[in-house]
Design a binder for this molecule. Structure first.
Ligand code: AGP
Length: 608
């Protein structure tokens, strides 16, 4: 949520920061701005409501500064507007601040500063930071780092910040607490950004700042401080191709990422299959065979699609390993004073590894002495670090706000976990081999589904005119329906509700009408006839049905059919979800929506 980019070095900073903001725009996109030190100890600020392109169009041609901080916003306090856009300044226009997170005691600090005569220019929580830092300068001879450190001592809440002082254009101060911030270390230049995408075109040498870190950046290097004392943070070399952040021939990131799924699944499997023992090798879990055997329950925590991928994961663990498993939205979990059991394995799921609610749930488990591992996309992210062990997805960066390849890669990671847990217990080698063959078939089968995109596009173009849809499925199809409905809501802005098919007649059947069609997930499993019964009930009430399943003959029962290849029954849900991603994508395109930046949303939700 909110993107931050800062640059200090030898090159003109503005084009570099603008390019970084474009790459970070998926983190928030309601306004954008940047600050550079100007002559006369004042800051020059350019900012606007709207997109980074709107900002770029407003910038004067020749901006030669070699120091700049920039921001792309997802509004928390104050509507998206020019004045509420970051950076924010103190009254004298000397200090500029960009901020990601929430200052929880902003109202109290604002009242205090107002009583002292400060006049606020915006409605944001961030502006208090600029005034407080300026007040520290006024209080005595101190450098920017000290002024920021003292100010942060008065702040409750979360932040990733970058601060510039117009009188000291040779340094930028950044700090983090609960909101991601990384440094990119180049040749006589240092960058800071709220995620890798803004750094990797310049350098692969990256420092993941930790909560409580404050860093001073200069062209020649950086220093990190913690609790006022120096702290050592050595750069790691990240293994990401800059091309991973290029759109290539695809019209949207969501389209690109849907089509990257065969490769993402391939990578998620690489090096993790143990053919000799017909099991999965998951070294990052850090569990001995004895500890693995002692697991009596698996509880999976995440938000949004990560939670839904966790629900699919719970189903896989229970079905394959025969260990009771469930999934729960992370925020619900942390606030209901959960009972933490010593023989339960808690699993936190997150693409970004920065989702505040999920991170807090992890801390709740740890605080009560539970064991929690991560299933995480971003290497070195807060959740990955906090868990200390787990499974990395290796799906590559996901830029579209809507999760697609990460959802699928997470499902595959859980299939591997289920296989691993199952083979330590009673899953037979024959079943292990059967599932391994199924996992290996997934990339090719996903490619096969993607090859039928034209048919899905045509259905989506016709169905996008309905005001809403119901998604139904039983057992293995139920999570597929929930994730399909979330995708449609998120990008096509159509009301979509998911229900277990068995529940339809207990209420939602009242919604059935010719203009509220039903998407029915119908795998060829033991519940197929029951699902066909549901389709018949809908048809008998003049409803329209799109069936997603294995059997082309479903067309005898439904109005439209999307056929996917069969895998092993346990793994079929992974494939059944793919056409529903394309359905949502093409419905959104048909309706003319900004697919990669759905309204009101942002990629990683680092606030409560
Ligand atoms: C899904 O399409 C979402 N944009 C959203 O639900 C997302 O999965 C959720 O916010 C969790 O994010 P995370 O995986 O980065 O923790």
């Amino acid at each position: 949520m909110c993107g931050i980019v800062a640059y200090i070095g030898r090159r003109p900073a503005v084009p570099l920061v603008v390019d970084g903001l474009r790459r970070l725009e998926y983190r928030g996109y309601d306004s954008a701005g940047l600050a550079i030190p100007d002559r006369g100890d004042k800051m020059a600020v350019h900012k606007t409501a709207g997109r980074v392109d709107d900002l770029a169009a407003r910038l004067p041609k020749r901006l030669t500064a070699t120091t700049a901080i920039g921001h792309t916003r997802w509004a928390t306090h104050g509507v998206p507007s020019d004045v509420n856009a970051h950076p924010h300044l103190d009254t004298a226009g000397r200090v500029a601040v960009v901020h990601n997170g929430i200052v929880e005691n902003a109202a109290e600090l604002r009242a205090r500063l107002t009583a002292e005569g400060v006049v606020f220019a915006s409605d944001t929580d961030t502006e208090v930071l600029a005034h407080l830092i300026a007040r520290e300068f006024a209080a005595g001879e101190r450098g920017l780092a000290d002024a920021v450190r003292i100010t942060l001592g008065h702040i409750a809440g979360t932040y990733g910040i970058a601060v510039l002082d117009a009188t000291r254009p040779d340094e930028i101060v950044v700090a983090r607490n609960g909101s991601p911030l990384l440094l990119g270390v180049g040749e006589r230049e240092v960058l800071a950004a709220s995620d890798l995408s803004a750094l990797v075109t310049h350098t692969r040498r990256v420092v993941h700042l930790q909560d409580g870190d404050l860093a001073v950046l200069r062209a020649g290097g950086y220093e990190v401080h913690r609790d006022g004392a120096p702290a050592s943070r050595v750069p790691e070399v990240v293994d990401i191709e800059p091309m991973a952040y290029e759109l290539g021939p695809h019209p949207h990131w969501m389209h690109k990422e849907i089509h990257e799924q065969p490769a993402a699944v391939e990578r998620a499997l690489t090096g993790r299959i143990d053919d000799r023992f017909a099991t999965a090798h998951l070294g990052g879990l850090g569990l001995s065979p004895r500890e693995t055997r002692e697991i009596r329950r698996v509880v999976i925590l995440g938000c949004g699609s990560a939670y839904l991928a966790g629900r699919l994961g719970a189903q896989l663990v229970e079905e394959i390993a025969r260990i009771p498993a469930s999934a729960e939205p992370a925020a619900e979990f942390r606030y209901r004073n959960p009972v933490i059991e010593p023989d339960t394995l808690y699993v936190a799921v997150s693409q970004s590894g920065e989702t505040y609610d999920t991170l807090s749930a992890v801390q709740e488990v740890q605080r009560k002495g539970g064991r929690v591992v991560g299933v995480v996309g971003m290497v070195g992210s807060a959740i990955a670090r906090e868990c200390g062990s787990g499974i990395y997805l290796h799906a590559g960066p996901e830029v579209s706000v809507t999760s697609t390849k990460t959802y699928t890669a997470t499902a595959v990671a859980f299939a591997l976990l289920a296989l691993h847990l199952g083979r330590v217990r009673d899953l037979s080698p024959a079943d292990g081999r059967r599932l391994i063959a199924g996992l290996r078939a997934l990339p090719g089968q996903i490619a096969e589904i993607l090859a039928s995109e034209k048919q899905i596009r045509e259905v989506a173009a016709r169905w996008a005119s309905y005001p809403g849809m119901l998604y139904v499925g039983r057992v293995r199809g139920a999570v597929v329906a929930s994730e399909g409905a979330l995708k449609l809501k998120e990008v096509a802005y159509l009301h979509a509700e998911a229900y277990p098919a068995s529940e339809l007649k207990h209420g939602p059947l009242a919604l059935i009408s010719p203009d509220r069609p039903v998407v029915a997930v119908i795998p060829d499993d033991e519940l197929r006839d029951k699902n066909l019964g549901t389709v018949a009930e809908v048809k008998a009430r003049d409803g329209r049905v799109l069936a997603v399943g294995h059997d082309p003959e479903l067309k005898a029962a439904a109005d439209e059919v999307l056929v996917v290849p069969r895998n092993e029954p346990e793994l079929d849900p992974v494939l059944l979800g793919i056409p529903l991603q394309l359905l949502a994508y093409h419905a959104a395109v048909t309706l003319g929506h900004d697919v990669d930046r759905p309204r009101n949303l942002a990629k990683s939700v680092t606030v409560e």
